[in-house]
Design a protein around this ligand. Sequence first.
Ligand SMILES: CC(C)(COP(=O)(O)OP(=O)(O)OC[C@H]1O[C@@H](n2cnc3c(N)ncnc32)[C@H](O)[C@@H]1OP(=O)(O)O)[C@@H](O)C(=O)NCCC(=O)NCCS
Length: 113
Amino acid sequence: MSQEWGGWFVAIDDGQVIGAGAGGLTADHVGEIFVLYMDPVRRGEGVGTELLEAITAQQKEFGAMEQWVSVAKGNEKGIPFYEAKGFICIDERKSYATTEEEAYTSLRYKRSI
Ligand SMILES: CC(C)(COP(=O)(O)OP(=O)(O)OC[C@H]1O[C@@H](n2cnc3c(N)ncnc32)[C@H](O)[C@@H]1OP(=O)(O)O)[C@@H](O)C(=O)NCCC(=O)NCCS
């Protein structure tokens, strides 16, 4: 298994995918959550926590000692979750989509693992 892309972690309930996440290492000892998303009607049940824990366990096996995630500024679904997990906002950067009007600010969050 590549350390740069650790593969998908998928939460399944009754044959249905209800959430998924993935991460990898961006440098020695540095983990990154690339994506973590729950079905909107299945949020707040603790499954996002389980997915994050599974990705984190894998990254620790890969030797990660810190973990980063990007969250869009103003994302009130993602930010409270990561702050509850001990992530701290370190940096703010402008991201560009296909057009200038779609530019948005993303926040870089980090925690020790
Ligand atoms: C972020 C996300 C993955 C969290 O998954 P989840 O299954 O809903 O989260 P959990 O039920 O495991 O919540 C864990 C903790 O986060 C906190 N939390 C989560 N969402 C919150 C919210 N909107 N407001 C306040 N606290 C929140 C709670 O304190 C909860 O702690 P508790 O276990 O003590 O109750 C999910 O809500 C989601 O898909 N959001 C939209 C997509 C997104 O923004 N992803 C992040 C960008 S990659």
